[in-house]
Design a protein around this ligand. Structure first.
Ligand SMILES: Nc1ncnc2c1ncn2[C@@H]1O[C@H](COP(=O)(O)OP(=O)(O)OP(=O)(O)O)[C@@H](O)[C@H]1O
Ligand SMILES: C[C@@](O)(CCOP(=O)(O)OP(=O)(O)O)CC(=O)O
Length: 433
């Protein structure tokens, strides 16, 4: 939306986005600069109703320099973000200059006087960005705030610069340049992000230092190939609920970017995974979702998460993202299998928090089982949706088999989660103005 007030011009847009949690993990880059993934990955975008980034971008001649506020605090403009912003300035400012400007505040679109470039006396460089973003959930704590945040930036920037995609799925490519996993948050439902073709991986892995020389043109081609796209919309997940079971909100010791670089340089298992398993897991996950085979889905999602953490352990020096809480959760979920018709899928990113996919028939029981077995003291640590679910669970009798599992496991569980978010698979970014 373009508005004027006196000499001040503003082009403004707002979007809401949400984190995307990989069911088949991305871990390792073919190229650090273009953020080209060694393997394809697939993930679910969560609902903006429960975890949300709200980003407003204003392009205005009011300020002398860029302003970036994250959760109300000034935030540095990273090298990756600078590169993205340069791309928009170079590509689209000229086109934006042709947009018509309302005569004055309150004018409707019919009464326009001049184009934006004339309004600014021919000097489009007067326009500076103000980025204001707020996460409704903890930032930089392993809950994929960067995925949600960078996806929001990409969709807002396309909108504020009035830029059309030059090729399909370009929004995911721009988000990717900010953070790889952000490419998947550009769409709702299940989203697949394509990795570099195997012949390039083989070339990379055959060289001594895993360094392969490609031309600029080849990199550009690979960049357009490594797009993310929706494979299944959110309606495929109507039978499933999601719990984000967060352990603590401390920043992690090894950030994903440096962790995956270490793994790429040292782990043999990572090479095996990139060449042999990730794509098999993706095909299996898609088939299980289509066939509503939730036990197969749970099997594959657990397997892929555990393989990713095995790669972390196979890294020199080893990286440990799972802690006692994660291990307690993994053991407990496997115990629950015997009492549930549909098994629960668990997955862990580069941190200790668990993300669970639960069939809706079992949602209240599973939440109550976790609540009791992990000795959660009160419902303050549950989001409002989870509080309602727990209330519903407390009104029903728990099957004896689940009660037994709680009783035998409770004494062995030494950890307590700090927060539980009950959510669903979501529709993807939404424009708010
Ligand atoms: N809403 C946002 N808008 C723009 N950038 C954001 C936003 N939220 C987070 N970021 C960027 O992402 C960084 C945090 O990324 P980091 O990978 O450390 O944590 P995370 O994404 O929460 O965890 P993980 O990637 O392990 O799931 C922040 O310091 C900030 O630079
Ligand atoms: C474990 C993961 O969450 C890793 C995410 O890594 P990032 O996307 O945060 O890394 P960069 O591309 O370096 O920004 C798995 C996943 O989301 O697929």
């Amino acid at each position: 939306m373009i508005s004027v007030k006196g000499d001040i011009l503003k082009v403004k847009t707002t979007y809401e986005t949400s984190p995307n949690i990989a069911l088949v993990k991305y871990w390792g880059k073919f190229d650090e600069e273009y953020i080209l993934p060694l393997n394809s990955s697939t993930g679910i975008t969560l609902s903006t109703e429960d975890l949300q980034t709200r980003t407003t971008i204003t392009l205005t001649n009011k300020y002398k320099e860029i302003k970036f506020l994250l959760n109300g605090q000034p935030h540095p403009v990273s090298g990756r973000l600078k590169k993205i912003l340069k791309f928009f300035e170079e590509k689209t400012l000229a086109a934006l200059g042709e947009e018509l400007v309302p005569l004055q505040e309150g004018d409707n679109q019919e009464t326009k006087r001049k184009n934006l470039k004339e309004f600014l006396n021919g000097d489009l460089s007067q326009l500076k960005l103000k980025i204001k973003s707020v996460n409704s959930f903890p930032t930089a704590s392993g809950l994929a705030s960067s995925a949600s945040g960078l996806a929001a930036l990409s969709v807002c920037l396309f909108d504020v610069y009035h830029m059309k995609e030059e090729y399909d799925f370009q929004r995911s490519v721009i988000a990717r340049l900010g953070s790889g996993s952000a490419s998947r948050s550009i769409y709702g439902g299940l989203v697949e992000w394509t990795g570099v073709p195997h012949q390039f991986l083989q070339r990379k892995f055959e060289t001594k230092n895993n360094e392969v020389q490609l031309s600029e043109q080849e990199y550009e081609q690979l960049s357009k190939l490594c797009i993310a796209k929706q494979t299944h919309n959110e309606t495929f997940f109507e039978d499933l609920d999601v719990f984000v079971v967060a352990y603590s909100f401390e920043s992690k010791e090894v950030p994903s970017t440096s962790g995956m670089l270490q793994s790429t340089q040292t782990s043999e298992l990572l090479k095996y995974r990139a060449l042999n398993t990730a794509h098999v897991h993706i095909a299996g996950v898609k088939k299980a979702i289509e066939q509503k085979d939730y036990n197969e889905l749970a099997r594959l999602v657990r397997l892929d998460s555990n393989q990713f953490h095995a790669v972390c352990l196979d890294t020199t020096p080893p990286i440990f993202y799972l802690n006692d809480f994660s291990k307690n959760m993994i053991n407990f979920i496997h115990q629950l299998d015997s009492a549930l018709e549909y098994h629960v899928a668990y997955t862990f990113d580069a941190g200790p928090h668990a993300v669970l996919l639960v069939h809706k028939n079992h949602t209240p029981q599973v939440l109550r089982a976790i609540y009791e077995a992990f000795s959660i003291a009160d419902t303050d640590s549950l989001n409002s949706r989870a509080q309602q679910t727990l209330k519903q669970a407390m009104e029903q009798e728990l099957p004896e088999s689940i009660q037994k599992i709680i009783q035998t496991n409770k004494p062995k569980i030494t950890t307590t989660p700090s927060y539980i978010i009950h959510t669903k698979v979501g529709k993807g970014p939404t424009k708010k103005n």
